[in-house]
Ligand binder design. Structure first.
Ligand SMILES: O=P(O)(O)OC[C@H]1O[C@H](O)[C@H](O)[C@@H](O)[C@@H]1O
Length: 291
């Protein structure tokens, strides 16, 4: 497999493939409902590590894993919750509507294993819509409990964006936003840059962000990405850089140069959801030519 290419050789029963024609497609693995690939006119926009493990147990290293019901470490279960390591159901197979949008729906419900960690009845519905130059990911979390009146959770779409050169890719739209710097003792500060370039280990949670941010020179470097969020007010920027890359068994030592995580989430203030209610959030990716 050549560098940074998404492995395509999965059993058909393990993946959902959305094909909008003209080389525009999305590939989702049922393990974690992890989006593995989003191509626009044949150009890959997402990063998946060459060392990612596809054993149906470990979270996939790259693409767009779903974080739920916990962002970060957790006493009750694995880091970032269990959604990214459970097998999801394909609820509605990919279908093209009259406008050419390809739609698919996946879902995950509580089972004995999830209730051992987190004793609640829930259903998460993930609906995906693929268009010519846009990809819409919509998550709806249902509290299906009867007796216990509410549960609390955090959630996030842990998007690994592909870049040919991290030093030439920047995030725009977070100037003036407060952030927590996780690699500096959770120090808080306010972003003062129009364009955020990464040149070291980054792990920052930006709080209460604008609903649009842009990421420059993604894919092969010829596209910019606009991320529009709904009910995902926080954005995590992450790149492990050299030392942390070396410490991860499922990530190549040099791969930090080819990815940037821009993760829309609801993590700073967890959601409290009453029985019978639902919480909806989404992110929309749109690409345009880089200039
Ligand atoms: O290694 P993982 O569990 O997939 O987590 C990868 C990263 O996810 C987020 O970006 C967190 O903010 C980081 O602290 C974490 O290192």
């Amino acid at each position: 497999m050549s560098h940074n290419q998404v492995p395509q050789h999965f059993p058909a029963s393990d993946v959902v493939f959305l094909d909008a024609g003209n080389g525009t497609s999305a590939l989702i693995h049922l393990h974690g409902a992890t989006v593995l690939s989003w191509k626009v006119n044949g150009k890959e926009m997402l990063f998946v590590s060459e060392k990612s493990v596809f054993d149906g147990k470990k979270a996939i290293r790259g693409g767009i894993p779903i974080v739920f019901p916990q962002f970060g470490p957790w006493a009750s279960g694995p880091q970032h919750g269990f959604c990214r390591i459970k097998r999801w159901n394909s609820e509605i197979p990919p279908t093209k509507d009259s406008k050419g949008t390809v739609i698919a729906m996946l879902s995950l419900q509580d089972d004995e294993e999830t209730r051992q960690m987190w004793n609640y009845k829930f259903k998460v519905v993930y609906s995906l819509r693929l268009q010519e130059n846009a990809f819409i990911m919509n998550l709806t979390i249902h509290n299906e409990g009867m007796c216990i009146s509410f549960f609390g959770f955090s959630t996030l779409l842990h998007s690994y964006i592909r870049t040919p050169d991290i030093l030439n890719t920047s995030v725009h739209g977070l100037n003036g936003v407060k952030y927590v710097d996780k690699v500096n003792n959770n120090r808080t500060d306010v972003e003062k840059r129009e364009n955020i370039f990464m040149d070291e280990n980054y792990d920052r949670v930006y709080i209460a962000c604008p609903t649009h941010v842009d990421v420059s020179h993604i894919g092969c470097g010829q596209h910019n990405l606009n991320i529009k969020t709904f009910n995902l007010p926080d954005i995590v920027l992450w790149n492990p850089w050299t030392e942390k890359a070396k410490a991860m068994s499922d990530f190549g030592d040099e791969e930090y140069k080819n990815m940037i995580c821009v993760e829309g989430g609801k993590v700073n203030k967890p959601v409290t959801l009453e029985a019978g209610k639902q919480f909806e959030c989404s992110q929309t990716f749109t690409v345009s030519p880089a200039y």
